[in-house]
Unconditional design. Structure first.
Length: 431
């Protein structure tokens, strides 16, 4: 059965760090000490390694006097990090057990790969029509405000979009809008209302809807262009609080840093789309929130890999699972990360107490530590996803459907587990 929500998720067949050669820092060794891992590499000339890099690369020694790295005693914060990493590695094995074992996770890996490729192909097929609509929109906006420009941001710009994803656009350099923001000169009709009225006259526009009372007022447009129908546009206006373009650049950097972020985001986003849980304006999870939740999983995974490599366990586990590589091997990567995400956010994450943060890759990758630091800032919000640009801003403040989202993740993991007998039968079918 799944562990209770908020639990540690420890246990399972891969509970190796408690009983094998990687020691838990709480364990004492009264009869001498043990040295684990290769000597640390020499730092590059002129470089100053971070605490995390030093921790990840250096050998750990546990003895009577406490825990040390390369002869330096661990501070309480570093010792805490040591424990958090070991707990995370242990939990990963538990998540694989919850999914039905390594054979199922390997199948999930291939399924995520193939589904991401199919979604990418569909998105590319639809993209020329979407670009044509964006160009038509730019013509319409400049006809209304000659000095204005329209910029694309969000998943369409980062190419993390599902085939049915909305296109996010921001209208910049509208003098009337800036006057209302900075000079308190209120036009007779708001810029949002003006744009909606103007677009409703365009032949390629089917439906126009405004949301003016949101934190960022938007105009929602449904358009048709030749063979493509149902193209969704979300238009907003530039303001000091609008971070659409900066977050777009940030997400591009994350995709370059974590290549697995792209297929995982596309598959999980489509998962939410099919259940109607992806629209933040109706209580769903935003694409940016999903990316940050995934990034936290990927950061923690990278930290665990570095730790195992430093311990001389770069084959991923002190035990082989009989299938070539350990649970951190490349042949399982997408599957392992996928089931880890489902387990952590479907079964472990407590939206009342915990928080999602990508600031500190080490300590704050732990839900409880991030929650202790940030959750009190957003007591009235349904969940907390900390904005990397502003820790006082909560990306998850409108995600009132978090309970439904967690249930969907939990059910997905349970469905994956029920597939295990199919893999052992003669008639295998796609997951």
């Amino acid at each position: 059965p799944p562990p209770p929500r908020g639990g540690g998720g420890g246990g399972g067949r891969y509970k190796y760090m408690r009983s094998h050669s990687i020691p838990h820092p709480a364990a004492g060794y009264p009869h001498g000490h043990r040295n684990y891992g290769p000597p640390p590499p020499a730092p590059a000339r002129g470089s100053k390694p971070s605490t995390l890099d030093f921790f990840a690369q250096a050998p750990v020694v546990v003895g009577q006097g406490g825990t040390s790295i390369s002869g330096h005693m661990l501070s309480p914060s570093s010792l805490l990090l040591h424990r958090l990493v070991l707990d995370g590695i242990d939990a990963c094995g538990s998540y694989i057990d919850q999914a039905g074992g390594p054979t199922v996770v390997k199948e999930v890996h291939h399924n995520v790969q193939s589904m991401a490729a199919a979604l990418k192909a569909l998105s590319l097929e639809r993209r020329p029509w979407q670009i044509s609509v964006v160009n038509a929109l730019r013509v319409a906006v400049t006809a209304l405000w000659p000095g204005a420009r329209v910029e694309v941001y969000g998943s369409f710009a980062t190419q993390l979009c599902a085939p049915s994803s909305d296109i996010d656009l921001v209208v910049c350099d509208v003098v009337e809008h800036y006057q209302s923001l900075f000079q308190d000169i209120k036009p007779r009709e708001s810029c949002v209302a003006q744009l909606a009225r103007h677009l409703s006259k365009q032949k390629w526009v089917q439906v126009v809807k405004t949301i003016e009372r949101a934190a960022v007022p938007i105009v929602k447009v449904t358009a048709t262009f030749r063979e493509a129908s149902g193209i969704q546009l979300d238009l907003s206006f530039d303001s000091p609080s609008h971070r659409g373009l900066s977050t777009c650049a940030f997400v591009r950097g994350l995709c370059a840093e974590f290549p697995m972020l792209v297929p995982l985001t596309m598959v999980l986003k489509q998962f939410l789309v099919t259940r109607g849980l992806n629209d933040p304006y109706s209580g769903g999870l935003s694409s940016y929130g999903l990316v940050l939740m995934l990034t936290r999983v990927l950061q923690r995974d990278r930290l665990q890999r570095r730790y195992l490599q430093a311990m001389g366990k770069d084959k991923s586990a002190s035990e082989k699972n009989g299938e070539g590589q350990g649970i951190f091997g490349n042949e399982y990567e997408l599957g392992r990360l996928f089931v880890t995400f489902l387990a952590e956010y479907g079964r472990e994450f407590d939206p009342i107490r915990h928080a999602v943060s990508v600031f500190n890759h080490a300590e704050e990758s732990n839900f409880e530590h991030a929650g202790a630091k940030y959750r009190h800032l957003f007591l009235g919000d349904p969940m907390a996803i900390i904005d990397p640009f502003d820790p006082t801003n909560n990306i998850g403040r409108t995600c009132y459907g978090i309970g439904q989202i967690q249930s969907a993740f939990d059910q997905a993991l349970a469905a994956i587990r029920t597939f295990a007998p199919e893999l052992s039968s003669d008639s295998k079918k796609p997951l």
